[in-house]
Design a protein around this ligand. Structure first.
Ligand SMILES: [Zn+2]
Ligand SMILES: [Zn+2]
Length: 212
């Protein structure tokens, strides 16, 4: 399996490209910005992008949806509970003082338990709301992409519209902390981690957090 991380945009979102070695079919997770760089990697590796998946519909994660979709013909996938959030992206970016962002509407809406496949790549959709109503994590064998739900040593902000702290902690505990300790965590911003390290070190999730 091919796994590439590209850090995009001024908010430094981790865009991930996952592809099957044989078929070259690929999934692009959170193309938030810097479409030329993402497309350069796609061309260099000879990938055929089948799906663009947004872990959630904040502007910093969706800004290059349109350019990647236009260039590759990929389908855009988003959890059904974030469709309304996606409709607000231009306002979101303006409130951060950034250039207005736009995105095409999703081609298909995701639900908890859906499987996204591209060749041997198989991503299971885990609904992890709380940062946004339709935030998802994406589980492959031994690794999980957590968007802005779970970070190394932290969790996502819950002060944006639709955010809720207890919902986020509950959804992380129910869907992510049940994974084996050696599961690699690839978050939407910042460095990688493991479920075991977060179980021990994350101040929002360990047994001293007060949220247990
Ligand atoms: Zn976010
Ligand atoms: Zn973000």
């Amino acid at each position: 399996m091919v796994l590439r991380r590209i850090v995009v945009g001024s908010l430094q979102v981790n865009c991930f490209i996952l592809a099957d070695d044989k078929t070259r079919e690929a999934v692009v997770i959170d193309p938030g910005n810097d479409a030329p760089e993402i497309l350069r990697v796609i061309r260099e590796k000879g990938l055929r992008v089948k799906y663009i998946v947004n872990t959630h519909a904040h502007f910093d994660h969706v800004g290059a949806n349109e350019a990647i979709k236009d260039a590759t013909g990929a389908e855009l996938l988003l959890h059904e509970d974030d469709a309304a959030v996606l409709a607000t992206v231009s306002n979101q970016s303006r409130s951060f003082g950034m250039h207005p962002v736009s995105s095409p509407a999703p081609d298909r809406l995701l639900k908890h338990g859906d499987i996204i496949t591209a060749g041997e790549v198989s991503l299971k959709v885990l609904h992890t709301p709380g940062h946004t109503p339709g935030g998802i994590s994406l589980l492959e064998e031994g690794l999980v992409f957590t968007g802005d739900s779970l970070f190394a040593g932290s969790i996502g902000r819950t002060d944006f519209p639709g955010g809720d702290l207890m919902t986020l902690i509950r959804s992380i505990k129910a869907n992510l902390m049940i994974l084996p300790d050696n599961t690699k965590v690839f978050a939407g911003h910042g460095p990688a981690s493991t479920i075991g390290d977060e179980r021990k070190e994350n101040p929002f999730l360990n047994k001293d957090s007060g949220f247990a």
